[in-house]
Design a protein around this ligand. Sequence first.
Ligand code: IVH
Length: 696
Amino acid sequence: MMTKEEARERIAALSSALEQHNYNYYILAKPTISDYEFDMMLEELARLEREFPEFLSPSSPTQRVGGDITKEFKSVKHRYPMLSLSNSYSKEDIEDFINRIKKSVDGEVEFCCELKFDGLSISLQYENGILTRAVTRGDGVQGDDVTTNVKTIRTVPLKLHGDYPPFFEMRGEIVMPFESFDKLNEQRIEAGDDLFANPRNAAAGTLKLQDSKEVARRRLDNYCYYMMMDDLEERYQTHYESLQAARQWGFNISNYMALCKSVEEIFDFINYWDVKRHELPFAIDGIVLKVNNYEQQQTLGFTAKSPKWAIAYKFKAEEVETELQSVDFQVGRHGTITPVANLSPVLLAGTTVKRATLNNEDFIRQFDLHYGDTVTVVKGGEIIPKIIGVNFDKRQQGAEPVVFTKVCPVCGTELIQNEGEAAWYCPNSQSCPPQVKGRIEHFISRKAMNIESLGEGKIEFLYDAGLIKNVADLYDLTYDKLFGLSNDKVSFKEKTAQNIIDALEKSKSVPFERVLFALGIRNVGEVTAKTIVAEYHDIDAIMKASVEELSAINTVGEVIAISVKAFFENPVNLSIVERLRAAGLQFAKAEAPASDKPQLLAGKTFVVSGVFTNYSRDGIKQAIESYGGKNASSISSKTDYVLAGDKMGPEKRKKAESLGVPIISEADFEKMIGGEDATQEKTSETKAENEQLSLF
Ligand code: IVH
């Protein structure tokens, strides 16, 4: 039995890890653990909270539906909340579920067994037979209005036929069939873009595209599995019946459903699909069981998170054995070396896996990897494949151990390692090709200079052709230099060349903070660049600042300050900055337009955390600034207030409490600014701002 103190610590650790995984999953669409691992952690947390209810926090991951909202589409409230399903992994779990149900309802119980589509849930609203609104799940209470994009999906009926009700909602899943997924990734290889790890991420990325034409091209699909309306049970007695009716009206309803009465029948269905799923044209990650009868469903009701009348059975994360053929050592833009395994191609959870990350030298040592080893690779259907073990019995005699390179695989320079770090670096930052190209790619990226018409493929071409060796060379490009260039991957036709020149010209008005970020100074991300620019008016002032002065800026620690100083002490960087300045880029802060708001928050520094009701995250930060306040990204003794929304992380709370920084709510904040209403239109935001692994 755990002591109270141990339980408190474990609950805090699990809660913060789950928050992070939730964020990775719902916002970044790049989970780093499998659903199974996540659910096991969640279960442990729920169990501890039951044992030690005094540590159950209202913001615990067990208390919420999960999810968050994404960018640029209008955020709208769901008419009926979009709940999730509780998960199960074994026959015992299913037996428990059935027994629970049988105890609570009268009469025989019939279960509708369905495929659990591995995509994104969608709510489709129909008025008088016309699709009026399509909304993503978001946080379950409100989601993004993606109607324009959803309308391009062929399996979503725009107009119904038959005796449909005048107002109702259909819930379903948007999926990307394997065929569309493979085609999309092939095109991305050609364009030199990052690949999507799996069909669900690809569907998520597609649904968030601004250009609905591109959405149409990518060929998504939709399957509907649940009808919602007032008095539904007066029209139909069972869920199955409602879906058959919906099929008549034009909805895409799966043919693969079965009505079962016993655990045996249910398990026949589950076992059949656990094998046959590999023949489906789209991904499923389990089976859903629903009590078929509506009256019984009503008796059972809901928890805050999910219906008590339904459960998902999740298939085991798949693993396969395959051969480790070779190891590539990739060089990042800061010179970090990442080992990547090349595997004998193997089918895993519906996609072909050829590569897996090996993280760093310690990882290779931990598995004592040898070339030709038979390794076990897992992928929970959505995560990036990873090696979880080596079959030593199959190791060939005389197999060579994988040795972490000590010289840069591209430029041959001897690698260096910083004390206490597992990573190795190539120090040849100025002429090691992947570092140079990586920096140029970073410079043109959306959050930096946003030179959209230049992609990875074109940068590679121009670099190889000797036309660009650093970011300043971009501004020496002319239409005449570009037009007519081509190889088998890219070609600079009239329009392409002109677009690039136009985009370069346009980038000259990109604000200073983004230019500073674009320079690619180690440890200086988007937020830090903004923080530095808030303190220093122009690049000359930053260059002159000492490490002490820079580290004195709230949230800029010594590590960042040293990186900044080192960058500007390098004569090569200085000459690039001078050339960029001469080209006309912004190296000074634009005078902020005077705010028309009373400067009620002058001199106060805020750290914003969580999700807000009346503002997007950027919106509330803008409000702080327009009332004279400052934003910082992490809590320190210099923070005046932590502005906490819903789902604020427990670690942040702990830090604020330990430093005695007051934590205020959205309502407190609105009072502070004189009870003004939110001026921002409610938009959601993408938080996928971190550098992401670009292996697949
Ligand atoms: S029913 C009230 N049926 O699984 C709950 N959901 O893990 C309504 N899903 O959010 C959901 N296939 O996105 C239902 N046949 C199916 C499903 C299904 C996939 C998804 C759905 C849900 C998630 C829960």
